[in-house]
Ligand binder design. Sequence first.
Ligand code: TYM
Length: 344
Amino acid sequence: MAFKQRVFSGVQPTGNLHLGNYLGAVVKFVALQDLYDCIYCVVDMHAITVWQDPTELPRATREVTAAFLACGIDPKKHIVFNQSQVTGHAELAWVFNCVARLGWLNRMTQFKEKAGKDRENASVGLYAYPSLMAADILLYRATHVPVGEDQKQHLELTRDVAQKFNNDYAASITGHGFGEAFFPLPEPLIQGPATRVMSLRDGTKKMSKSDASDYSRINLTDDADTIAQKIRKAKTDPHPLPADEKELAARPEADNLVGIYAALAGRTRADVLGEFGGAQFSAFKAALVDLSVAKLGPIGAEMKKLVQDPAYIDSVLADGAERARVIADETMNAVKDIVGFIRH
Ligand code: TYM
């Protein structure tokens, strides 16, 4: 069966959005708007899998929404909303908890990293997180999911859940006239030079919201001086930039900065090395500062403006949720029929 092509992706409202979120995900969200119907979700239910201060969460949710808008997502042509406003996410996640196998979740590296040594004390939600993520995507029967490299395993699990649901309920799916398969197997879109942006302090660690050092990341709300300072202080090695990609790959910090430059400029690593191969880091960093400030400065300024008007942000989320609910209800009604739940 051919599924309607649709994009879904989500971002957690935890901490500051950074350059990794921007280049790995949001830039792609923006580009995909011309090709597909898109649904972009601020996943507040995922956020509370680890403790979130309830007085802080609304601000963080509005800030991610502001980032979406400031980066160029059109909430009228597409859908922007926060997850908890559409109850179908939780309902479908429960069904998927009963489809996914313990063995599948036990393999999730992100849970192992986040739970750390104190696994017994991690929330059940953190463990079941990938099941909710599968529900987010499949509630809209989305076919394409733009994400950074770190979400690849969760996307594979989403495909496994879709496949198992389709198989387990095959007779009921055809019996209710939904064709051969009810859920599509969504394609991860993980492309370009910055699918895994690394920390500016350590080229072997992912840039992350939770790193204790603010110098490890560039936040979308950083001003020009802060961006410049962070790039100037970014860890490098003592050699000039290499001319070829193979040599670059063996130097994590250099590789990361060249990848960031390439992604911001819409160029390839090879192309950037063609220009800067043999140059000292001081010269390259100066160019990277100019490019970063030119690209990120206006976004940060627009975000700051938008968050001054929480009523407007909330109206965008309410309107998006209303339109998301129409699609979600259609899926949930079908799922309930397929599973055998009585409904009126
Ligand atoms: P989250 O909120 O951690 O990150 C949002 C997006 O940013 C990407 N990302 C990165 N990309 C490149 N380099 C980095 N250093 C970097 N850090 C983060 C992430 O891959 C992600 O695309 N589980 C998801 C949120 C989610 C979701 C979904 C995504 C919930 N439901 C359904 C897609 C579809 C998460 O925690 O992303």
